[in-house]
Each structure stands twice: as C-alpha cells, then as structure tokens.
Design a protein around this ligand. Structure first.
Ligand SMILES: [Zn+2]
Length: 125
C-alpha cells in the first residue's frame, strides 16, 4: 500500500512547514501516472495523521492529468488512455509534460492568536 508511506511523508513535510501552527487543510497535487487511488489516499491520510497535530487537517487532492507535448509538431494533448503517438501528427517523439506530480501545493493554517481571556489561554492549575 504505497499510499500509506506517501501520506506519512506528506505529513512530515506539512508538519515541518506548519512549524507548530494548526493546519486546517493540505492541498496535494497528484499526477495521474502515480496511480494513486483517491479513496485509499484519504483513508491512509487518516491513519497517518491519527493522534498527531494533523489529525483534523483535511487532505485536498488535486489530480493532474497526463499531458504530452509532441516534439515533431509541438501539439499538446491530455491523455485519458496511455498512447504511443501524437494524435495530431502521429509522431512518436513525445515529451511528458505533466502526470508525474506529487507535490504539496499549499497548506492552510489557522494562526489566529488565542484571545487572552479565552479559557485556553489561562494557565493550567
Ligand atoms: Zn505531433
């Protein structure tokens, strides 16, 4: 289940960037060639963040389609099925433009300071 190790590394990256702030949401770009199942990813995210400060952060998955550029005619295409030639000129010299992404694009944090009269701000006794 490579989704779990993926979520574990995403959680590590986010934790580092959040630097103690409360993370509300994590936006992740996943290229279609990564063969990641969205439901599995969401499920693994819950497991990977359970009992961590990220437990309440939602994972927002942005799927990036497979895009190719033909070096012969410069046409760009988005592929829904694997294919071996350019639909425009039937050329085979293709450059894979997108589809292999795996990036945390942004995280949302709630860094509103706790008001001084809020119970959470009072010293614990
Ligand atoms: Zn072409």
């Amino acid at each position: 289940m490579h989704e779990l190790s993926l979520c574990t590394s995403v959680a590590e990256i986010v934790t580092r960037h959040a630097a103690g702030r409360h993370v509300v949401a994590v936006h992740l770009q996943v290229g279609q060639l990564r063969h990641v199942v969205p439901e599995t990813l969401t499920f693994c995210w819950e497991i990977a963040t359970r009992q961590t400060p990220l437990a309440e952060a939602t994972l927002d998955i942005d799927h990036v389609p497979v895009r190719i550029e033909c070096r012969t005619c410069q046409a760009h295409h988005i592929l829904d099925t694997p294919l071996l030639h350019c639909p425009t000129c039937a050329g085979h010299d293709l450059h894979l433009v997108t589809g292999q992404e795996l990036h945390v694009t942004s995280i949302e944090v709630d860094d509103t300071p706790t008001p001084p009269d809020h119970p959470a701000a009072q010293p614990q006794e």
